[in-house]
Design a protein around this ligand. Sequence first.
Ligand code: GN1
Ligand code: MG
Length: 360
Amino acid sequence: MQDLLSIISHFRLEGTVQSVDPLGSGLINDTYKVTTAEPSAPDYVLQRINHAIFQDVDLLQGNIEAVTRHIRRKLEARGEQDIDRKVLRFLPAEGGKTYWHDGRNYWRMMVFIPRAKTYETVNPQYSYCAGKAFGEFQAMLADLPDPLGETIPDFHNMEFRLRQLREAVAADAAGRVGEVQYFLDEIERRAPEMCKAERLHREGRLPKRVCHCDTKVNNMMFDEDGTVLCVIDLDTVMPSFVFSDYGDFLRTAANTGKEDDPDLDRVSFNMDIFRAFTRGYLESAKQFLLPIEVENLPYAAALFPYMQCVRFLADYINGDTYYKIQYPDHNLVRTRAQFKLLQSVEDKAGEMRAFIAGCL
Ligand code: GN1
Ligand code: MG
């Protein structure tokens, strides 16, 4: 606590700090809620940026500042009320940047959004709102004046993720390859189809747009009435295929089980959530999406459980160096659950295509 207080002292905040408590369930950064004593002062969120993963913190915060500034201006121009609950606001630190380097770690602070909720599971009505909100998020950022940097190069590049997996297999650093051969075979069998987006992009048929790239359902703030206030966790906002945002939301929200569910009977793809989210997303994104993007939304729904399966499995094989784990074979349990979800998505491909055709 004392250490955290001394870090906080380098940021310009209103009010006096009353308490600092852990917040959220992210797998990458460490997050705290900073509560202030005065009712008139806002509360804050303090985050230690994982700079093993986000190696260029200056570029990272530059992206986030550009994105939040752009969205804030659009909301102001539209005459929106309550803007501090609809876009994140980062605090300046000593030295004028929106982060503080204590010599070892990088820290940032933002205003805590009061009376907002995050969920690990959502109903169809909330999914519809989420779909609309991500479509709007992409639409608002379509005219961002300067290109964003890639905070993690090749983040959602499927060819690259498969290369990483193959390198992990070749090195077999933790001696775990033997026990996961079944998943490796299943992954390789699907590899050509799953790398379709990269191929279409090389052929000049599929654009990259500014995307959020981590649209897990718990990265969205909902108001008390179920409408969406804003999306959070902007570290991975960068140019990508629209499939990223569409696919990753469904991967988390339309899973009837948990991302790391040890009981595979609980894991399947919920078509009610799929339909509601797709309807919302197409309502706000249809205006700018190309036919090839719309056509491949069912592919996107499969791509993200597949990619996450590849990433969790690679981390398991590497000896758990990337994702925080809670028990020794956690990454293997995650792999199994994501693979089960993928199979369920694959079973529903035809139904998904028919539904999308009906939305246009
Ligand atoms: C990570 O930071 P968090 O927990 O929201 C990861 C995502 C994965 C997700 C899997 C920078 O997201 O790409 O989809 O875990 N973020 C990074 O739960 O790797
Ligand atoms: Mg998160």
